[in-house]
Design a protein around this ligand. Structure first.
Ligand code: S3P
Length: 450
């Protein structure tokens, strides 16, 4: 009771209204969240000092850093986004003295559970109210097959305690759900497991772990089988060599100014240095297919990942039906895609989104409720949303939108406010700090905030 009432008084509500003219300017966004977590984790397991530039200094990544420090890695910040890490070697993490606080971060939790499953230690994972509702059975299952032991809260949730095992047993695991976190958890457990650990993924998910582990010198290979499934094999016990990593801008963060520029009339915005890994570019393809004027400029390679600048101009969008096979390549971008659909001409049908119900919030239900509140026409299905757009006319607006500790809900409705008659009020903007510190400044620089 105490904490819920004090949480309430600390909440940072804000109202976002339509700017007098279009959004304009050139901006960058913080480093990729997925790549930042992995850069810290793999560096912590290398022998020697790694350097990371462009690290996302959001709460989720800082939770990973704190946990790794609590287990013996030395992690220090040299300048903004520039960090160095002295690793302990694969298998060298030490028993943490207190529970590992994962905050709001599913990626920290699931990847570290994997990493620690093949260490001789016991770790307790705790998190905030949002994270404590999310399913961990999907990592407990394969890691148990490898020999780790778990005591979890009902429903396979946090808080949970894991007892790792050395040596762990290598497994071949076919992913029952398209999840890069589950894939990565098994591969990371495989790092300190003798022999070959194999993950089969019927649907491709983001492959940052595979790319970066190869860069660190792990013996990892990817094959495609006759059915098109990816078979990823890693040989333990691995030895990782320290690296210098440059983290590209997060396409999942770029998504917000990108859609804002499309739906605010008169906008012309360039977002520089964004990761273009094709397991992450589903939103750009979808918006282009909706008629969005989006150009990729200056395409280049940075540290094993493709990168580009994105120029976006205000566009007349039309409704679309998504391809469920493309869901993993834009799994975090549906909330903001729904906002684009709410301003498009005609009906959009989004299906195959059952995973959205177990993100930081139930993003199908929370988006449907919020969209209705601001005057959009929405129908909720078990696995998606059907949205009848305004055809470019602003939304009515209103609020307050309930964000349920979900950063992407907060940012999506902030963007919706920029294309509304009355403005949109968000109950609490604090969750944005998990992935996108500087979001409000960025909107302000483009001429879009408050
Ligand atoms: C992530 C994988 C995705 C994504 C999350 C980050 C990762 O989760 O939603 O934000 O870094 O591996 P799932 O594996 O649950 O799909």
């Amino acid at each position: 009771l105490m904490s819920s009432s004090s949480d309430h008084s600390l909440a940072q509500p804000a109202t976002f209204t339509a700017p007098a003219s279009g959004l304009r300017g050139t901006v960058s966004v913080p480093g990729d969240k997925s790549i930042s977590h992995r850069a810290l984790m793999f560096s912590a397991l290398a022998v020697g000092r790694s350097r990371v530039e462009g690290l996302l200094e959001g709460e989720d990544v800082l939770a990973t850093a704190a946990a790794l420090r609590a287990m013996g890695a030395r992690i220090e910040r040299d300048a903004e986004g520039v960090w160095h890490i002295d690793g302990v070697g694969v298998g060298g993490l030490l028993q943490p003295e207190t529970a590992l606080d994962m905050g709001n971060s599913g990626t920290s939790t699931r990847l570290l559970m994997g990493l620690l499953a093949s260490h001789d230690l016991t770790a307790t994972f705790v998190g905030d109210a949002s994270l404590s509702k999310r399913p961990m059975g999907r990592v407990i299952d394969p890691l148990s097959l490898m020999g780790a032991e778990f005591t979890s809260s009902p429903g396979g949730r946090l808080p949970l305690t894991m007892r790792g095992i050395v040596p762990a047993v290598p497994i071949e695991y076919r992913l029952p759900v398209a999840s890069a976190q589950v894939k990565s958890a098994v591969l990371l457990a495989g790092l300190n497991t003798p022999g070959i650990t194999r993950v089969i993924e019927p649907e491709a998910t983001r492959d940052h772990s595979e790319r970066m582990l190869k860069g660190f010198g792990a013996d990892i290979s990817v094959e495609i089988d006759a059915d098109g499934a990816r078979i990823i094999s890693i040989r333990g016990e691995a030895e990782l060599k320290p690296q210098h990593i440059v983290v590209p801008g997060d396409p999942s963060s770029a998504a917000f100014p990108l859609v804002a520029a499309l739906i605010v009339p008169g906008s012309d915005v360039t977002i520089t240095g964004i990761g273009m890994n094709e397991t992450r570019t589903g939103l750009i393809k979808l918006l282009q297919a909706m008629g969005g004027n989006i150009e990729l400029l200056n395409q280049r390679d940075a540290g094993g990942e493709p990168v580009a600048d994105i120029r976006v101009r205000a566009s007349t969008l039309h409704g679309i039906e998504n391809d469920p096979a493309e869901v993993p390549s834009m799994v975090d971008e549906f909330p903001i895609a729904f906002i684009a659909a709410a301003l498009a001409k005609g009906r959009s049908v989004f299906r195959g989104l059952e995973e959205l119900r177990v993100k930081e919030s139930d993003r199908i239900a929370v988006m449907a409720a919020g969209l209705r509140k601001i005057g959009a026409m929405v129908e909720e299905a078990d696995d998606g949303l059907i949205i009848d757009g305004t055809g470019g006319e602003p939304l009515e607006g209103g609020g307050p939108i309930e964000t349920h500790l979900d950063h992407r809900i907060a940012m999506s409705f902030a963007v919706a406010g920029l294309a509304s008659y009355q403005g949109v009020t968000i109950d609490d903007m604090r969750p944005v700090a998990t992935s996108f510190p500087g979001f409000l400044d960025l909107l302000r620089n483009l001429g879009g905030a408050q």
